[in-house]
Design a protein around this ligand. Structure first.
Ligand code: DGT
Ligand code: CA
Ligand code: CA
Ligand code: ZN
Length: 573
């Protein structure tokens, strides 16, 4: 593994922080922080530069001593000077410096007087009112630091894709209004539609990059400017997310878009093919013997290495390059392929809308069908539907179907899979339904074997149709429960059961990797929103994004079928 620029920069920043806390010569501290900033802003890998024999002292502010230190890090992954400093002062103090409102003097004071070395200690000390007793600290400072700690923990978490959309859209709108900006796009994991995003990577073209950077820094959501250069800048928004903006010339737009869309693994694979063809590929373009040959569009970049355009969602180096070479890329599903939604709730259980309102909203979306899947009573819900309540709902659906012109409401239930693998309602009522959506809402901690067998036993029931949110994960809240997914998939295939791709932004379950696995095994999927309100029907888009990341095509997904063909799939007996 090569050492990345970011790791080298981090080492120097860390060193600068610790020296500063110790009270070292400010010029020395600044020199280290400076080199960290320069390395962090380089578009070329230091490791590559060294391998190519480049002289690092040509970098601004880098003398012989710093060049040697950088080379040592690349070679050994270590910086001996940092080790020496860490022997004198706890390394974790450097983390405290990252909290807004804490500078080196304060960190030093907190450590010396109160033995505080981390954010948890700090929080406790504030709660006990111990900070305000120190010189230079007051209640106001305490509040500021608490706020800083909160921000810091938010930064540490990755943001859910759905939460990124409004931010991306408002920043895109803002940037598009500037006349210097010709093209602008949010690249990175956001463009690949990864379920969570670390930071946002904006890319723009325009002649006057400095003006563009200035304009960007005027965006009113910006909380803190971390770096500001002539062609790039990094900021934190008030919401806690980090945003990078890079400005490139128009002729580099495609190359930069490929590079900053990533993934890194995909980029490396692309660059490797380039090397075989004696082409150099970087974020500025494709070069042959140092002469620019392409880079204006992404398609141009791929064409230079004899590949068709590859959809961003596939760019994970999970076989897309081979598929592209063999002209075997999937024809990815799109939102417009979806004809209905097979999982949603009404206010009969925990939804917020009536049956009529949900049906009307679905009809307005142009859907042919929806399945109403309120909860069974046993475990998921105190107010779930028992047999009697479900019969009442079935009759209500019959009445509404007589009135609806374009949409058919399917009768269903989200039925609990109990610990022994039985379903939470008797067969004599399940058989009255068009389909069932079966899910686990209890006993998440069974062994993988037991959890798997519980699920497969449930699938043995002929009225079992769709396994909902198959791993139960909640992003940033709850890990998936452990199951033997291959066995579950094989069992589903044998029995004609369907696996759900739940489109709730905190679920996205199955995830991209599991859906690719399902496709490879020939298991059919349903992309469902699990909507608890009319507005949540819009979550379908997030389900489709994850499906695209999982190489899913229209025929793999049952709710792309017209109603006339859906029935055959739903009925096992
Ligand atoms: P994230 O932000 O953690 O959700 O994931 P990404 O994929 O957005 O990663 P990020 O923001 O670190 O970098 C954006 C893209 O820039 C990344 O997908 C690929 C490219 N990139 C970043 N660092 C490197 C690198 O060291 N080598 C190469 N080849 N590409 C890189
Ligand atoms: Ca990113
Ligand atoms: Ca980034
Ligand atoms: Zn549900």
């Amino acid at each position: 593994m090569t050492v990345h620029n970011a790791e080298i920069a981090e080492k120097f920043n860390h060193l600068a922080n610790l020296l500063e806390i110790e009270g070292a010569n400010p010029f020395r501290v600044r020199a280290y922080r400076n080199v960290a900033r320069i390395i962090g802003g380089l578009t070329k890998n230091i490791a590559d530069m060294l391998a190519e024999g480049e002289d690092l002292t040509e970098l601004p502010g880098v003398g012989k001593d710093l060049a040697e230190k950088i080379a040592t890090i690349v070679k050994t992954k270590n910086l001996p000077l940092l080790k020496q400093v860490e022997a004198r002062i706890p390394a974790v103090l450097s983390e405290l410096m990252k909290i807004e409102g804490l500078g080196p003097k304060r960190v030093q004071l907190l450590y010396k007087k109160l033995k505080i070395t981390n954010a948890d200690d700090l929080k406790t000390a504030i709660e006990k009112g111990r900070l305000r007793k120190l010189r230079g600290f007051g209640e106001k400072t305490e509040q500021n630091i608490l706020q800083g700690i909160l921000h810091r923990t938010q930064y540490a978490k990755r943001m859910k894709l759905a939460d990124a959309f409004p931010i991306v859209n408002s920043l895109l709108n803002y940037l598009k209004h500037h006349k210097e900006i010709k093209q602008v796009e949010c690249a990175g994991s956001f463009r690949r539609r990864k379920d969570t995003v670390g930071d946002l990577d904006f890319l723009a073209t325009g002649k006057n990059s400095e003006k563009i950077i200035d304009y960007f820094l005027g965006f009113d959501e910006i909380g803190k400017v971390l770096s500001r250069g002539t062609t790039r800048s990094t900021v934190h928004l008030h919401s806690g997310i980090q945003v990078d903006l890079r400005v490139v010339p128009e002729k580099s737009y495609g190359a930069a878009l490929v590079y900053f869309t990533g993934s890194k693994a995909h980029n490396i694979a692309i660059r490797r093919i380039g090397v075989q063809k004696k082409l150099k590929i970087n974020e500025y373009g494709i070069y042959k013997r140092n002469k620019y040959v392409a880079g204006k569009t992404e398609a141009d970049v791929y064409k230079q290495i004899n590949l068709p355009y590859i959809d961003p969602e596939l760019r994970e180096d999970r076989g897309e390059i081979e598929a592209a070479k063999n002209h075997a890329l999937p024809n990815l599903i799109t939102l417009s392929d979806i004809r209905g939604d097979l999982h949603c709730h009404t206010k009969a259980t925990d939804g917020d809308s009536s049956l009529e309102a949900m049906a009307k909203a679905a009809e307005e979306l142009g859907y042919e069908y929806i399945a109403i899947t309120d909860h069974s009573s046993h475990l998921a819900m105190v107010h779930g539907l028992d047999k009697k309540a479900l019969i009442k709902q079935i009759k209500a659906i019959d009445r509404i179907n007589k009135k609806l012109k374009k949409l058919v409401v399917l009768k269903s239930i989200e039925v609990d899979i109990l610990e022994d693998g039985s379903l939470d309602l008797p067969d004599d009522i399940l058989k009255e339904l068009d389909l069932t959506v079966c899910s686990i809402h209890s006993k998440f901690n069974l062994s993988p074997k037991k959890q798997t067998e519980r699920t497969i036993r449930a699938m043995d029931n002929l009225y079992f149709t769709i396994l909902a949110h198959p791993t139960g994960r909640l992003i940033n809240q709850r890990p998936p429960y452990l199951v033997e997914m291959e066995r579950i998939m094989m069992a589903a295939k044998e029995r004609g059961c369907i696996l759900e791709m739940n489109a709730q932004p905190e679920r996205l379950d199955l995830n991209d990797i599991h859906s690719k696995m399902a496709k490879e095994k020939g298991v059919k999927l349903a992309i469902s929103t699990d909507a608890h309100s009319r507005a949540q029907f819009a979550y379908m888009a997030y389900g489709v994004y994850q499906a695209r990341r999982g190489w899913i095509e229209k025929p793999d997904v049952i709710n792309t079928l017209p109603l006339s063909q859906l029935g055959k799939i739903l009925h096992r007996s």
